[in-house]
Design a protein around this ligand. Structure first.
Ligand SMILES: [Zn+2]
Length: 436
């Protein structure tokens, strides 16, 4: 079903638009017929789904968000249980993960999406690709990339989450030419190599698809994280933007001026607060309508990520628009080691331990410009219990924040800064977030 006949990258903008409009009409009919959530949304707003004919008409519809998906998770389901072949999860805002059901066609679509991303960065069937992201724990990205590599006919090294020495061992043994990695992990890998007599520049790895964290500034110049990696390792970095809910990636070509839109897979809107499309090149919220998704398709889904779309032609010859780096995030969403989560998920884990009476979660921006989390708890917590807490973190939310034990008095001073009566459990000191 997902074949190359749908590739529109080099078609005219008008042709791309015509294709998207037809696909949108089909998608809306599918949603109205199969999705209890969206049927209700159309009916309760007195909107005839047939009146939505082009991208511009989308503004007549309300947007949906993670909160909707969280509160009414099951009413997004469009297929019978029989048709579900896999569940994946993504973080919710309140601590409990949201489940997304995928059909066989959704998996094929994912494989196709990642194959397209790999091709855009110039990877082909002669390449060997090392995947350094989680492949289990109901996580989508690693599994999707694995399927993309296989569908491209390239070779996969399914390293997953591993210690740097193991990664270097498999790099030396299997000579991968490209890697899929969270960029802050690449930095760690480079440093480990340099500290242990391994020269990253002499390795077989020449390209990296960087997921989960931006590597460019708004003007596409390398950001701090990119610069730090480049100081240690002459590896070509490509940025990609995706999320579990959108099931589609925006990946950079050689020109590295924004991730290319895949028009056969997704409709992109960049919206202001009122749900109106901003002018080209203006900052707004990435809002998506994935096309061809069967299990739990979304319509005008607000991602919480703020970026710009660029329409000026790209030197690679593709006519698709490009999505710039995420510049700010709304609310308290955290990107930690490539995983998206909310402070509430951290609180949920901490609250499952009776011994943890008080805690403060501090969010800050690291010297690499990435998010970092420090959790402060009382120094009466034993080493054994700390180990259990860390284990629970990696089990529940796939990553462990740094946990710092401090005297109770200091902790209470942090919780109740002078003059406050309400405990301040979350301190967001990041420089790239706006609280709305
Ligand atoms: Zn391009």
């Amino acid at each position: 079903m997902w074949d190359r006949s749908k590739i529109l990258d080099y078609n005219s903008k008008e042709e791309i638009n015509v294709f998207q409009e037809l696909a949108l009409q089909k998608q809306i009919e599918y949603l109205y017929t199969n999705s209890p959530f969206y049927k209700n949304l159309f009916d309760s707003n007195n909107i005839d789904y047939k009146s939505i004919k082009n991208i511009d008409d989308l503004k007549l519809l309300p947007t949906s968000s993670k909160e909707d998906l969280e509160k009414e998770n099951n009413s997004f389901l469009c297929v019978s249980e029989q048709k579900i072949v896999e569940y994946v999860t993504t973080s919710g805002t309140l601590g409990k993960p949201i489940a997304l059901a995928l059909t066989k066609n959704d998996l094929d679509r994912l494989a196709y999406n990642e194959k397209r991303s790999l091709e855009i960065v110039g990877i082909n069937d002669k390449d060997t690709i090392q995947i350094t992201t989680t492949l289990d724990k109901m996580f989508m990205a690693g599994m999707a990339y694995y399927m993309g590599v296989i569908s491209l006919g390239a070779t996969a090294i399914r390293s997953g989450i591993e210690r740097p020495d193991h990664h270097w061992e498999s790099i030396s043994r299997f000579s991968p030419t490209a890697t899929i990695a969270v960029p802050s992990f690449l930095y760690k890998l480079a440093n480990y190599g340099l500290d242990n007599n391994i020269k990253p520049n002499n390795s077989s790895l020449k390209k990296a698809i960087c997921i989960g964290e931006p590597i460019r500034n708004a003007d596409f110049s390398p950001n701090k994280l990119h610069q730090k990696i480049a100081e240690k390792w002459d590896i070509e970095l490509f940025s990609t933007y995706a999320s579990t809910e959108m099931m589609t990636a925006f990946t950079e070509c050689d020109a590295k001026i924004g991730g290319h839109h895949l028009p056969e897979l997704i409709i992109l809107e960049i919206l202001d607060e009122k749900g109106r499309q901003v002018a080209d090149g203006e900052l707004g919220e990435i809002t998506v309508t994935p096309l061809g998704v069967e299990g739990m398709p979304l319509l005008r889904y607000r991602t919480g990520d703020m970026a710009r779309a660029h329409v000026k032609e790209c030197s690679c010859g593709r006519n698709t628009l490009r999505l710039g780096p995420v510049e700010v995030r709304k609310n308290q969403m955290i990107k930690l080691k490539g995983t998206t989560l909310f402070p509430q998920s951290i609180e949920e884990v901490l609250r499952s331990f009776d011994e943890v009476e008080n805690y403060v979660i501090e969010l800050s921006t690291s010297t690499l410009d990435t998010d970092q989390i420090q959790v402060y708890i009382c120094d009466t917590i034993s080493d054994d219990l700390l180990k259990k807490i860390l284990f629970q973190f990696s089990n529940e939310i796939r990553v462990s924040p740094e946990i710092i034990r401090i005297p109770k008095k200091t902790l209470l001073n942090m919780l109740f800064p002078e003059g406050t009566r309400k405990a301040k459990k979350i301190m967001d000191n990041r420089t790239n977030t706006i609280n709305l």
